[in-house]
Design a protein around this ligand. Structure first.
Ligand SMILES: NC(=O)c1ccc[n+]([C@@H]2O[C@H](COP(=O)([O-])OP(=O)(O)OC[C@H]3O[C@@H](n4cnc5c(N)ncnc54)[C@H](O)[C@@H]3O)[C@@H](O)[C@H]2O)c1
Ligand SMILES: [Zn+2]
Ligand SMILES: [Zn+2]
Length: 380
């Protein structure tokens, strides 16, 4: 069945802040096509506001428009395509923005999070199964955001874009598992593979970075250093497991970290999305240290380091997409850690929004005054 519902559509990139005035996200009536055999339709309960959405809105990492935005979310299945036999109507699902085809070289080498077919579909603004399924009131097509587009009452997605969860958590709050948790905790546990006793510094303490702090603590890191420009973020990091925090502008930062850690950290994790944070993170590494980065700087931004230093001190710089997560394994695992008290990610949620409040919500994120606000299209 086609579904006609409300959704937040971005038609123009780079409108100026404050977004409460320029209103880049317009509430429109959209129609979702009947699901193809590999699609399903989800009633969206929660849609998290992430910096990656902001980077599309402000044009620093632009995408094709018009686009129905939103890539972090959760809800319940209301309809399944004819070819799906492992999901049923009523199942609770968390969206994940890196579905996998199972056939490309990346999938075959055990790295489904960087599936080449999914990367192509994301770049084209379509679904993994090909094409778009959303039209506006005039019947004109619009693009999907990472194959999810969950800033809407309903979403039509590929089967691979959801993970079924059998869990008592509210599907409003479960949204954060789809991006912040998989990216931040995954970067620390899957990409960096932090070992008990290691020393870790996390640069950028927003929703993603604080999930990294929790993951580092849960991994048994002995020293967990949080670095951010904002004092409120640093205070939150201390509450969630950081052993030390520093202002990113501190000119003595590298020396202070070296003093705390016998010469530098085993692992620095950049979760800010800023070249300055990359520079700071590289500067606090010990000999043999590794730098993992999941932040997404503006398109075209370059990061540099001294070549000989990398070589003679055997340092490593490693990218992390969606926390190198395997979503069917990691979303249930991170949910279990949440229930065990190891990942108190509910404490990141600092607002539930209606559609009309989302533009102002992005002002708060832009000004560094929010961690994870969640659009609740059907209420909390
Ligand atoms: N790789 C992925 O799969 C993936 C997924 C989701 C988000 N991201 C990216 O992760 C980053 C963080 O997302 P978020 O939603 O937590 O954003 P956010 O805006 O909530 O947090 C970013 C934090 O970085 C801090 N910061 C900025 N410059 C800094 C610097 N030089 N040093 C230290 N801290 C600095 C800010 O004060 C802020 O607290 C963004 O770049 C986002 O696009 C990547
Ligand atoms: Zn995100
Ligand atoms: Zn693939």
């Amino acid at each position: 069945m086609t579904v006609t519902c409300k959704g937040l559509v971005l038609r123009e990139l780079g409108l100026p802040a404050p977004y409460a005035d320029s209103r880049p996200l317009k509430l429109e009536t959209v129609t979702l096509a009947s699901p193809k055999p590999t699609d399903l339709v989800v009633k969206v309960r929660g849609g998290g506001l992430c910096h990656s959405d902001l980077s599309v809105i402000n044009g620093s990492r632009g995408r094709m428009v018009p686009m129905l935005l939103g890539h972090e979310g959760a809800g319940e299945v209301v309809e399944i395509g004819a070819g799906i036999d492992d999901v049923k109507v009523g199942d609770k699902v968390v969206f994940q923005f890196a579905p996998s085809c199972g056939r490309c070289e990346m999938c075959q080498s055990g790295r489904p999070q960087i599936c080449s077919a999914a990367a192509k579909a994301r770049a084209e603004g379509g679904l993994l199964s090909g094409g778009t399924r959303i039209t506006d009131e005039d019947g004109a097509p619009m693009y999907h955001h990472t194959g999810i587009s969950c800033f809407a009452e309903y979403a039509v997605v590929n089967r691979g874009s959801v993970v079924v969860v059998d869990d008592p958590i509210s599907m409003v709050d479960a949204a954060v598992f789809g991006c912040a948790v998989m990216t931040g905790t995954g970067a620390v546990m899957n990409t960096a593979k932090i070992q008990p006793g290691e020393t870790v510094a996390i640069f950028g303490l927003g929703g993603v970075g604080l999930c990294g702090i929790m993951g580092a603590k849960a991994s048994g890191a002995e020293v967990v250093i949080g670095v951010d420009l904002e004092e409120t973020k640093r205070t939150k990091a201390l509450e969630l497991g950081a052993t030390h925090v520093f202002d990113a502008r501190d000119p003595e930062l590298a020396t202070k970290v070296a003093d705390l850690t016998r010469g530098g950290v085993d692992c620095a994790v950049e979760l800010a999305g800023a070249v300055a944070a990359m520079n700071g993170a590289y500067a606090v590494l010990r000999r043999g240290g590794r730098l993992v980065t999941a932040g997404l700087s503006p398109a075209g931004a370059q990061f540099g380091f001294e070549h000989a230093d990398l070589v003679s001190n055997e340092k490593a710089v490693i990218g992390s997409y969606m926390g190198s997560s395997v979503p069917v394994r990691d979303i249930p695992r991170f949910l279990r850690m949440f229930h065990a008290g190891q990942l108190p990610v509910d404490s990141l949620i600092d607002g539930y929004l209606g559609f009309d409040e989302v533009n102002a919500g992005f002002d708060k994120l832009n000004e560094g005054k929010a961690l994870r606000q969640i659009l609740a299209p059907h209420g909390t």
